[in-house]
Design a protein around this ligand. Sequence first.
Ligand code: PMP
Length: 439
Amino acid sequence: MTAQRASGHGINLDPWLSHYADRANGLSASEVRALFAVASRPEVVSLAGGMPFVRALPDELVKGALDRVMRDQGPTALQYGSGQGVPALREQILEIMALEGISGSVDDVVVTTGSQQALDLVTKLFINPGDVILAEAPSYVGAIGVFRSYQADIQHVEMDQYGLVPEALRQAIAYLRGQGKNIKFLYTIPNFHNPGGVTLSAERRPEILQICRENQILVLEDNPYGLLSFDEPVPPALRSMDEEGVIYLGSFSKTFAPGFRVGWALAPHAIREKLVLAAEAAILCPSSFSQLAISEYLNEADWMGQIESFRGVYRERRDTMIASLEEHLPELTWNVPNGGFYVWVGLPADLDSKAMLPRAVTELVAYTPGTAFFADGTGRQNLRLSFCYPTPENIQLGIRRLATVINGERDLLATFAGTGPLTPSTAGDNVIAPPPDMN
Ligand code: PMP
């Protein structure tokens, strides 16, 4: 086998191109990924990624947990463990879920390597190529990547300031069924949506469940941000209202630290066994060390107090971002999230978030273009700003720089006015509803 490499010209032809499985076609570098490389330069203010501010987690809390794990349970922590996860941690996970109204059995909790792996396993279990997954418009870029990798047909459903729109869901299901499509599940992020920032209202929750139940559509409820509310707690989880029809996903990434890579699924009892088998096939077992460390942290540390302190940090950053937008970019539209990490911004009709990004990076500010959050590349009139990681001062600086970029872009467009559109519209036809105006 001779590898065809022409690295001198920057070309790297993959000699195995003809060997890839069809599903590998869905694996292409996301915009977020490409951005991380540029945005990690220290001079760039990154409003792009969704990294939690782990510096707000006191070192002693983590060190104490790690030391105790090694002192008291070293050999277990360093060993393989159960494919379903450490029983003590699964009990503690039940207590956490109880905060959002969920009661479940420890038997139905499956610990995973981040909730990202749970997304992967559930998709692997349910999706044949061409099966439909319904997802909010917009939706989490990492979920879109997983769904693509299993060749799902991702269909977006309209969302407004109260979350997923039940009537749009009904219409989407009827339309797709009319086309003979096989709809497997609804993927939804009901609390402090990534990237939309909105929370599904309490009134809509039973209605969404009812629609899915009537149509035999499984619900995949992804809830990594639910405990990070700035004002009042979120409404009860979808899973708390339907044990048989909802797979619930949770994570320690945003309320503790993503470096441990521990998340979980609470599956309907009927599904749990297959989920565990799929997890074992993929990774044998989740990290014993990480699970025991988190279990120890939950036992010994004031973890609720720590979440409260995270809330305070993120609330202040949200306030700073909104105030800066009001001051410097009043011509844009945005929602004011009551928790989580993200503000979803609408641009005036003449601007294109994807085309504008290189200019933004030149001005030393990064954001995620809206196109990352739609399966068909729509979303050019939106962008996502994250307030979780940069300090309030850097948020202010970043928004000032963004204003320079946007004003410069508009001046440029004014110069070329009358010469036709600079960027073609890429609206695809597999979006059920247009992106929401979430101001
Ligand atoms: N779901 C959503 C909506 C997310 O925003 C993220 C992380 N950005 C994940 C799942 C994955 O989180 P983790 O694997 O770290 O638990």
